[in-house]
Design a protein around this ligand. Structure first.
Ligand code: IMP
Ligand code: MG
Length: 178
């Protein structure tokens, strides 16, 4: 892994493919322990979580469904705080165990809105799963059930995460250079 440029910014290597796979393995075993007999529905938050969700779900060997929703609050490298839902839910979740799958939880505002929207559809239970979590940036107070890794409050790209829509296809994760 070496330094890369996206648009006007430089990024340095942060998490390798092996680091990410380790996080996925521990997430998969925690989720399996709790949900393997419950036929859960995974709700993947687009666009960022598509790579993570694809790899995570391949590590689960029990019956589950997957649906998608698109939310957006970021412009450039900062949250606008104004969360927009731009694609509605593609699966019926009433009476089901729902696991929301996010790439990263930063301020927490995106999921604050989504949690309310999901709850109003009467699922049996609702859990959150995120690959990355920035505790220093988190402004909400809801519980996050499954966390792959806590990271410092620095902008990251790769493995589904973008900087103004570029960088999602990188297999590793890079951090904004100081
Ligand atoms: P939140 O609403 O502040 O928690 O932001 C969550 C969303 O912002 C995530 O789903 C990402 O799409 C995006 N985001 C937050 N931090 C980063 C980052 O470091 N890199 C790329 N996208 C990020
Ligand atoms: Mg996202």
């Amino acid at each position: 892994m070496k330094k890369i440029n996206i648009h006007d910014l430089s990024f340095v290597p942060y998490l390798s493919e092996e680091d990410i796979q380790q996080d996925l393995n521990s997430l998969a075993s925690s989720i399996s322990a709790k949900f393997q007999d419950k036929k859960p529905v995974f709700i993947v938050v687009l666009n960022g979580a598509f790579v993570f969700a694809a790899d995570l779900l391949k590590k689960l060997d029990f019956d589950c469904e997957v649906g998608f929703i698109r939310l957006s609050s970021y412009k450039g490298t900062a949250s606008t705080g104004d969360v927009k839902e731009t694609l509605s839910l593609t699966v019926n979740i009433e009476g089901r165990h729902v696991i929301i799958v996010e790439d990263i939880i930063d301020t927490g505002l995106t999921l604050e809105k989504l949690r309310g929207d999901i709850q109003s559809l009467n699922p049996e239970s609702m859990s959150l799963c995120t690959l990355l979590y920035k505790p220093e940036a988190f402004k909400s107070d809801y519980p996050i059930d499954f966390i792959g890794r806590e990271i410092p409050n620095k902008f990251v790209v790769g493995y589904g995460l973008d900087y103004d829509e570029f960088g999602r296809n990188l297999p590793e994760i890079y951090q904004l250079e100081d």
